[in-house]
Design a protein. Sequence first.
Length: 342
Amino acid sequence: MPAGEQSVQSVALRRRQYTGETFQQARRAIDRLGAGAAPIPAPQSPAQERLEARVFLNLLEHRNHYTRYPLGIKAVQPATDGITLHVESVERAAEILFALLPVHSPGEEVHGLPGLRIINRLQSAIELQVLNQPTRLRLRGLPASQWHHAEQITLSKWIDPDATQLCWRTAPKTWTPAEREHMTVWEDDSDPFIRMCLRGSWLGSALLRRAALLHTVANTYFVDGYRGSGLTAMRWVMRSSHAPQHGPGARHAVAALLAPGYGLPLRLIRFRGDTDESYGSDQHFVLEDSAKTARLELQASTERPSEFLSPELWKTILRRIPASPPSDELPHVVTISLGSVS
């Protein structure tokens, strides 16, 4: 095999650890990016970055049931002009649609993402876009009938369509007055908090583009979290649950996030916990970029599953947990340096 071909295959294999794509999907993505491009590209527009950050936040915040994968997302396919998420079930799809599609009740602010619309329905996917913005979000993994069913679950379970304006249905090609007012009042770029959110949105987008890392290199079985403000930087807080005595622990995901070329421009500034994960103690990692625009706090707990997680699903989760670190494990110096961080 020519050296160039071997190098491309190596990059594709490494990329799929972060994205969960098949090898063929990762290989085609690398070919489309061209020589010298980052294997996991950043979005080319600020609007796309903001959309992805909001999607990642909603994946963390809206967790009403356990899923096979930590976020209910089997794989992601990041491209410069958009992103595709492979959703594992119709129930998780309903949660995602409820979190994202904008609705408005009189006297309240808009719930969901103002301006977001379903612009295309495909055989096994739906495509969404923020109106008049260079954005693209594709949700895959279900046949067309199941996407319609997911919408109906959203309406029957969480939304009263008689008392609520379904903005994405009543105004499919234009912003509603309520959405415009919401943007003026709650998304004012001159507000210090909004500016902090915008500066730190790159991290939410970048984590979404590497979301499969949680289950390809570590024994994570559940993740939730939230976004908060720090003194100078936006805080992204992730709380992860890890299967005891099964597979590699949280530090492998952290090491992957710090890996040159594939990870993020972060540095580990604080660690609390035991570096020997066999003890099953909690671990707390704090990572930050050099410009201090965003901070990631990973609160990892090794714990047995809740009684609400069915035995059948737990067995399925254990079968998909990696038995050992990938063969091209991340730099050893990264994984053993945790003990020296105060």
